[in-house]
Design a binder for this molecule. Structure first.
Ligand code: SAH
Length: 280
């Protein structure tokens, strides 16, 4: 099914950040997250952030101009994580994952200076990279403080959420229906050499029956209801988190509590691009 399977798993070699003194964490972060980041994110899972895309002048009035210093993106990312924590995300492992993934490498170079503001940003084809808060919140709900094994994401987009998931789950499968975005995600993720992500091009509404059951399923696009195939592919005891609705959307948590029993909880309001059938 996936054309990229030959390319994954990829080695971690090129993303090892040796974390010298320049890589020390900011005191601006909440204490727990700092501790957790130090404990849980192994050096091999952090990413080099000396990317000169962050050297340009920001067109955004509230976003400071970023000087041409490599590690500056670490500081902006730490500030982003602090904001996400202030917004209520408590899961240390999720906050550490957000701190480890270089979000600016998932947006086009002209938008890199805005990568760490709390907003969704365009990634082409009328789609967006989700805002950092919602990525973190959905991952936190999915994890529910437990170790995740097999996770499925519907709507790879640029690959950012998949990269975050790769640090909190053993295996991540992600499906994208727009070929060009599937290719973009491959391009974005390849240099990071994340070994536990499998990208698939296809209609995510059908899930991946050949890989199911999943102990977590996360949707990055909103349908009027959660596709039934996905409910069936959830392991008993597993969690699915999805935006549901049209103009007004809510985050819906579905827990499979038995072979034929699912519980649903509405979590909070949200705003996502629509879930569409078929591939393009
Ligand atoms: N996860 C991304 C968000 C991408 S936006 C991130 O990290 O930022 C949502 C994505 O869902 C879009 O790329 C859109 O093309 C995709 N999508 C919508 N319907 C889909 C479907 N049925 N199957 C797979 N992907 C779908």
């Amino acid at each position: 099914m996936s054309t990229n399977e030959k390319r994954f798993p990829l080695s971690l070699a090129s993303v090892v950040d040796q974390r010298g003194s320049a890589g020390k964490r900011s005191t601006a972060m909440p204490q727990t997250a700092v501790k957790n980041a130090a404990n849980n994110v192994k050096p091999a899972q952090t990413f080099r952030s000396s990317d000169n895309r962050l050297t340009q002048t920001s067109p955004h009035p509230h976003q400071p101009t970023l000087p041409g210093v490599g590690m500056v993106s670490d500081k902006f990312r730490q500030a982003m994580v602090s904001r996400v924590a202030q917004q209520g995300v408590k899961d240390d492992l999720v906050l550490a994952a957000l701190e480890a993934i270089p979000r600016h490498l998932f947006v086009e170079s002209g938008l890199a200076s805005q990568a760490y503001i709390d907003a969704s940003l365009p990634i082409g084809h009328h789609q967006t990279i989700s805002q950092p808060y919602i990525v973190a919140r959905m991952t936190e709900i999915l994890r529910n403080g437990k170790n995740l094994n097999k996770v499925l994401e519907i709507g790879t987009g640029c690959g950012y959420q998949a990269a975050v998931l790769s640090l909190v789950a053993k295996e991540v499968y992600s499906i994208e229906r727009i070929k060009a975005l599937h290719e973009l995600a491959k391009t974005n993720l390849r240099p990071m050499r994340i070994a536990n992500i499998r990208l698939h091009y296809g209609d995510g509404m059908l899930g991946l029956p050949q890989v199911a059951p999943f102990d977590g399923i996360i949707l990055a696009a909103a349908g009027l209801e959660v596709p039934h195939a996905l409910l069936d592919q959830l392991a008993v005891g597993g969690r699915l988190i999805a935006p549901v609705g049209g103009r007004h959307q809510v985050l819906q948590l579905i827990e499979r509590v038995g072979q034929q029993e699912w519980n649903s909880t509405i979590m909070e309001q949200c705003h996502f691009v629509p879930l569409h059938q078929g591939v393009i």
